[in-house]
Structure formats: C-alpha cells, structure tokens
Design a protein around this ligand. Structure first.
Ligand code: C2E
Ligand code: MG
Ligand code: MG
Ligand code: MG
Length: 286
C-alpha cells in the first residue's frame, strides 16, 4: 500500500508539472496570436521632475487584455522571455514607443523596459536605430530601462552591448536598483544616465521605523556623484513625496502623480497642463 501511495504522490507531481508546462504553452500561443492580431497595448505613466513639478517623460508599460481580463506583465513577460517571443514583442514595444514620442513632441521622453533576452540579442541596436529614424525622433528621447539583473555578470558581452546601445544615442536607465546584486563596479564601467530606485525601498519610506530613507539617501548620493539622475518609483503618499524630495531624488514616478494611462490620456494631460502636474491626494491601500 505504501508503494502505491508513493506512486500516487509521484503521479501527482508529474501531473502538476505537466499542467504547468501546458499552461505556459497555452499562454505562449495566445500571446503570439495577440501580437499578430495587434491586441497588445502600451500604457504610459508620467515621470516627473520633482523640483519643477513638470512631466519630463513617461514609462511605457505593456498590457494584454485576454478574455475580458488583464494578464499581468509579471506573469507573461517571463513566458515571453523563455520562448524568445520577447524579441518580436520587444521590437513592437520599441516601434510603438517611438511613434508615441513623435506625437508628444520634442519636450518629452519615453522609457521602455528591455528584458535580458532582448538585451542579449545582437540585433537590438539596429532595431533601435531603425525605429528612431522611422519615427523621425531624436534618439535621446528614447530611454531603455535595463533591469539590474542583466548586469549580474560584468561579462565582456554585456559591457560591449551597453557601449553599442550608448552609441545609438538613446538614454540608458538602470531599473529596479537595489533588488539584485548591486556590484558597484559596473556602474563605473557602464555609465547609465539614470538609476531607478525600486519601489520596495520607496513605499512607506517616510514611516518612522523605516530604514529605507537611509538606503535611498545613499543611492542618491552615489548616483549624483556619478552624474546620474535618479527616479524614485512607487511614490504614493504626500509623506513619501516630501521625503523623496528632501533626499534629493531628481525624478518621481508613482500613483501620486499619475497611474499608467493610454495615449489619449497622455495627450489630454500634457495638452491641458503643458507638462505641469500636481501631486494628487492618493490614498494608499497599504
Ligand atoms: P517596472 O519596470 O519596475 O515598472 C514599474 C511597475 O510599478 C509598474 O507595474 C507600475 O504600474 C507600478 N507602479 C508605478 N507606480 C506605482 C505606485 O505608486 N504604487 C504601486 N503599488 N505600483 C506602482 P506593471 O505595469 O504591472 O509592470 C510590472 C513589471 O513588468 C515592470 O516593472 C517590468 O519589469 C515589467 N514590464 C512591464 N511592461 C513591460 C514591457 O513593456 N517590457 C518588459 N520587458 N517588461 C515590462
Ligand atoms: Mg521599468
Ligand atoms: Mg522599475
Ligand atoms: Mg520594479
């Protein structure tokens, strides 16, 4: 009986793994169809120069509506990564973002997220140059957000790609700073234009018992010394905004200034305010 039970457990795990693999395959197939049918969307979240309270640009964030509900990028981007679908999806993101920049005009930038497989793709610089020239924009209006994990190894390939991207004239931002291995050496070898401080350090940083203020302060000090801008992500409350401002972050991105919105929302926002924006009294759910 014990042997039967053991076999049962084995079968249970085998089936679960099988179901998991099937589900991923189903998502991958549906994602490929969604790309082909033009069902993926980009939303844009304002990035604000905190001392002037002006929008300097937007981060493009991908959305996929499936059967009436939204699938989180946190769920489908890893699947797109594994299947290499991220390469054509990433190209669509870059082209769409460049077309959006052309509509916003010369005073704004758009940042796109570049995932590790895309970063490793030899054709990425050519894709960027082609998209920038098709849209007729200045390359420095496009910013690439590269997650810290990509630079986990300071390999010659990574640093060479960094330099090739730099030569295209686009701006480079180090995303999710503080969540991976922050080998400080690569900040010297790979001079980013901006460091994005992960929201895990920002949400609730103004709470009395939080150590995050000290962490943010040292990241800002480091970035400033290296001539890099800083964006604090996930600023929701007036208290956190006041702290972030006091700590000297140059930019803020978070619900307090605006949620990710569609292109019509972006055009309405910059049309009515001319880029000026005020912090809204967003009530955090925390
Ligand atoms: P990320 O690049 O760090 O993007 C910031 C995430 O924080 C976004 O979630 C944004 O909606 C959320 N956020 C912004 N402000 C606030 C705030 O005040 N409070 C809270 N609680 N959250 C805030 P989203 O859109 O779900 O994206 C999650 C992650 O998925 C992104 O993290 C990025 O790693 C990935 N992702 C999203 N779009 C793309 C894309 O187009 N390409 C790639 N490769 N990855 C993407
Ligand atoms: Mg990002
Ligand atoms: Mg981020
Ligand atoms: Mg993040």
């Amino acid at each position: 009986a014990a042997k039967d039970a053991g076999r049962g457990v084995y079968r249970f795990y085998a089936d679960a793994m099988h179901d998991e693999a099937n589900e991923r395959k189903a998502i991958e197939d549906a994602l490929r169809d969604a790309l082909a049918r033009g069902e993926l969307r980009l939303l844009y979240q304002p990035i604000v120069d905190v001392s002037r309270e002006r929008i300097t640009g937007f981060e493009a964030l991908i959305r996929w509506e499936r059967d009436g509900g939204g699938v989180s990028p946190a769920k489908f981007i890893p699947i797109a990564e594994e299947s290499n679908l991220i390469v054509p999806i990433g190209e669509w993101i870059i082209r769409t973002a460049c077309a959006t920049i052309a509509k916003l005009g010369s005073g704004y930038r758009v940042a796109v997220n570049v995932s590790p497989r895309q970063f490793a793709n030899d054709k990425l610089p050519a894709t960027i140059l082609s998209a920038v020239s098709a849209a007729g924009i200045a390359p420095e209006q496009l910013e690439l957000e590269i997650t810290e994990g990509v630079f986990l190894d300071e390999s010659a390939e990574n640093l060479a790609m960094f330099q090739r991207l730099k030569r295209t004239g686009v701006r480079l931002a180090l995303d999710d700073f503080g969540t991976g291995y922050s080998a400080l050496g690569y900040l010297k070898k790979a001079p980013f234009d901006k460091i994005k401080i992960d929201q895990s350090f920002v949400l609730g940083a103004a709470d009395a018992d939080s150590m995050n203020a000290a962490i943010i302060s040292s990241i800002v000090g480091l970035a400033t010394a290296l001539g890099m801008e800083t964006t604090a992500e996930g600023v929701e409350t007036h208290d956190d905004l006041a702290l972030i401002r006091r700590l000297g972050c140059s930019h803020v991105q978070g619900y307090i200034y605006g949620r990710p919105m569609n292109l019509d929302g972006v055009l309405a926002l910059i049309g009515e305010g001319g880029g000026r924006v005020v912090a809204q009294g967003y009530q955090s759910a925390r």
